[in-house]
Write a protein that binds this ligand. Structure first.
Ligand code: ATP
Ligand code: F6P
Length: 476
């Protein structure tokens, strides 16, 4: 039963939203339409301004949206000729240093131009300080000659305390300082920044012909100039939502539902009696991990997530975008029934689970697209607890962990388990906590029919296994 109120299964690039149309638009395989635009995002800024972190996040975000992006870090090219430079290497009066740094930039730009020759490669991030107008003009000219658009992204920050903490957090452990005392490394890095400060030129009106976005003091002010098309504006909008305040995101599936017990998918069932126990156990589980932080709870609009969040003492918001993957004509069936009634579909889903769209329903790819506003809102927010569904949780998890599309739809996400995700400088830390309430496993292995059977949760290892009920026996 297709639900017409569902979020549209539209393409990421909606033609009506393009500001500049090209005849040469194409799809990236399964209906997500992209323009033939290739963009080089050129990072700009002094060292320790978060350029690499921003670059990596943009690549992960775009990959999640099936847009092929790659980061070219000039520092790693430079390390091939100068692995452990001291600050004096970056002194502009050091001619040999200048030559080697230019050689590294040239090698990165050459590789990037080569990479763009493959038709699916759309966005490259050139991660370097690119701190002078001359260097930026050179990059723009190289890209113009190859028909590649440029989007300069400057991170400008004069918060000394933040810069020192960045140096301590990430720079003292950089490959540039392997085996060195962190205090000495931090001092040398401070000196390196001074070398760059001597020549650094911020983006200004002299570069008014360029497309740029200037992020000042982690987004307290953002200046944008000549943003030309939809893809550029998506990237800029994403950048505007980023913050670096320490926070975590907690995610949990709803408690076990009556449909989980009977092995049926989809629907809008109530929690089983064990699911209700999980709802009662959840506030404690959360407070053990979150302490006295003030969280906001996001649920879907389906009963089982609201029932699970019922006892949580926080503000709650329900989102249609968090509803479970719509299984269309298969809604309410068990996997065994789907295999019997729709054998071809069952096989097709196993072959390409990410792209398979249920008849009258959705695919994982569709879910990712409707989750984009959720991700944007999550990036803007601080501590959030999301109570949602198996497929949706897999998609959110894939965004934070950078999981690939082939594997993420098969990921095991047990019921009655709270996952804490904590964004760190270059990745996300994960922690899983189980409630002391057993539940069935709804995980289906590729090629199997998956009778939903009990899974031993952390403590349920000691609990008696409960046989899954047949549909007729489901607890009301
Ligand atoms: P380098 O030029 O040496 O490569 P970088 O500018 O790439 O330095 P990163 O290595 O990305 O700097 O620094 C990561 C640190 O910057 C993290 O501690 C992160 O919290 C912080 N950070 C992230 N975004 C910003 C920002 N917009 N302004 C200042 N610091 C930021
Ligand atoms: O079985 C629970 C459930 O949330 C179903 O409602 C949903 O169709 C399914 O999981 C999604 O998981 P998969 O994509 O592995 O079938």
């Amino acid at each position: 039963r297709p639900d017409l109120n569902r979020a549209p299964q539209g393409d990421f690039m909606r033609p009506s939203m393009r500001t500049r149309t090209r005849s040469n638009s194409k799809t990236n395989g399964v209906g997500v339409q992209v323009e033939d635009t290739r963009i080089c995002v050129v990072m700009v800024g002094l060292p320790a301004r978060g350029k690499s972190l921003i670059a990596q996040k943009v690549v992960r975000y775009l990959a999640w949206l099936s847009i092929t992006a790659k980061c070219f870090n000039v520092g790693s090219y430079r390390r091939t000729n100068t692995p452990n430079p001291s600050a004096s290497f970056f002194d502009v009066s050091n001619k040999e240093g200048e030559r080697l740094r230019m050689a590294a930039a040239e090698a990165a730009v050459n590789d990037m131009c080569k990479w763009f020759r493959s038709p699916n490669n759309l966005i490259a991030i050139l991660d370097a300080t690119n701190s002078t107008k001359a260097r930026r003009r050179w990059i723009k000219d190289r890209c113009d000659a190859e028909g590649i658009e440029t989007l300069f992204v400057e991170s400008k920050c004069d918060d000394e305390e933040l810069i020192m903490s960045n140096i301590k957090e990430v720079k003292t452990t950089s490959p540039d300082y392997v085996g060195q005392d962190p205090e000495v490394a931090a001092q040398d890095f401070r000196e390196r920044i001074r070398m760059y400060e001597r020549v650094y030129e911020t983006l200004d009106e002299d570069e008014a012909d360029m497309t740029y976005c200037k992020i000042i003091n982690v987004g307290s002010q953002v200046i944008i100039n000549r943003i030309q098309d939809y893809l550029q504006s998506r990237v800029v909008y994403y950048l505007m939502n980023l913050h670096i305040k320490p926070r975590s995101i907690w995610i949990s599936r709803h408690g076990e539902s009556n449909y989980n017990l009977s092995g049926q998918i989809g629907g809008d069932a109530d929690l089983s009696s064990r699911g209700q126990l999980y709802a009662k156990a959840l506030p404690d589980l959360v407070s053990k991990s979150a302490g006295d932080r003030n969280l906001t709870v996001w649920t879907s609009t389906l009963k089982r997530t609201g029932q699970t969040a019922r006892y949580l003492p926080y503000e709650k918001l329900s989102w249609k975008a968090l509803d479970e993957l719509d299984s269309g004509v298969c809604d309410g069936l068990t996997y065994a029934e789907i295999e019997k009634q729709y054998p071809q579909d069952f096989r097709a889903r196993d072959e390409d689970k990410y792209n398979y769209r249920y008849l009258g329903g959705e695919s994982y790819r569709d879910v990712v697209i409707r989750l984009e506003p959720i991700i944007m809102e999550l990036e803007r927010s601080e501590n959030i607890l999301i109570v949602t569904h198996q497929a949706v949780l897999r998609c959110i998890y894939a965004y934070f962990m950078g999981s690939d599309q082939e594997r993420s739809p098969w990921m095991e996400v047990p019921l009655h388990c709270l996952i804490r995700l904590t964004p760190r400088a270059y990745g996300t830390q994960e922690e899983r906590m189980f409630a002391d309430v057993p539940a069935v496993s709804t995980w289906r292995e590729k090629g199997s029919k998956a009778v939903h059977a009990d899974t031993p949760t952390a403590s349920a290892k000691a609990s008696p296994m409960i046989k899954p009920q047949s549909k007729g026996e489901a607890i009301a």
